[in-house]
Design a protein around this ligand. Structure first.
Ligand code: DC
Length: 223
């Protein structure tokens, strides 16, 4: 059976995960957050005391030990690292910056892309990330590049973390986001970039509902 794939790329804080989750729920699709996988690798490095920027070789040598499992509990994606649920841990700021750093390492990308492609072969999916349209699922029936201004993305992320009761600092979030934008767009392997055939959606002036409706409409047209 051929499944439908919806690929959504964009920078941090553009609203990818919340709109993808809502559209997936409404259409009965499985939502796959690929950023969570890069965050899980970063958490492994942090737990093991590996300095990602200066010692990527050490991390690459231990890649086989990094067992990532995605499970769905009450419709929510939970991510497990070597059998431990780290779904909340990966949202901390050190995991955000660490994820952008591990994402530069080609061996890490190869491992995670393989897992992502496998998941897209077994269900109708909405998958979000940085390289989904261009690299992971180039054959996806729906391709979207979601973006927004740096300031509105930083404010969104700040509110999201505050709502979850996670302690955070707005200026720190904004500068981390700028760092990640640069890191994610300038890396050599599969950088963040709008695919030529992806639809550009700037969410700075759009409401959450408008973006979800647009994604659902694109899916309907593809079905
Ligand atoms: O979407 P996110 O903020 O949770 O992603 C965390 C980091 O992971 C992001 O800064 C870059 C990296 N990433 C990537 O390189 N490719 C993806 N498909 C998803 C995330």
């Amino acid at each position: 059976m051929k499944y439908i794939s919806v690929a959504i790329d964009g920078p941090a804080g553009a609203g990818k995960s919340s709109v993808s989750k809502a559209a997936a729920k409404s259409m009965g699709f499985t939502y796959i957050d690929t950023g969570a996988m890069y965050r899980a690798v970063a958490v492994f490095a942090i737990n093991e005391g590996i300095d990602i920027r200066s010692d990527s070789e050490k991390l690459v040598k231990r890649l086989d030990e990094i067992n990532i499992d995605i499970k769905y509990e009450n419709g929510e994606q939970h991510i497990y690292l070597c059998e431990t649920d780290i779904s909340e841990r990966i949202r901390k700021e050190d995991a955000s910056v660490g994820a952008s750093d591990v994402a530069i390492i080609p061996e890490v990308r190869t491992k995670l892309v393989e897992l992502q492609r496998k998941m897209a072969k077994s269900a109708n999916v909405i998958m979000d990330g940085r390289d989904i349209c261009s690299y992971v699922l180039p054959e996806a029936q729906v391709k979207i590049f979601l973006t927004a201004s740096l300031q509105s993305r930083a404010v969104r992320r700040y509110k999201e973390l505050c709502d979850k009761g996670i302690e955070c600092d707005y200026e720190q979030i904004k500068s981390d986001m700028e760092y990640r934008d640069k890191n994610d767009s300038q890396r050599a392997v599969a950088p963040l970039k709008k695919a030529d055939d992806a639809l550009l959606l700037d969410t700075t002036e759009l409401s959450f509902e408008q973006v979800v409706e647009k994604i659902k409409e694109l899916i309907q047209n593809a079905l």
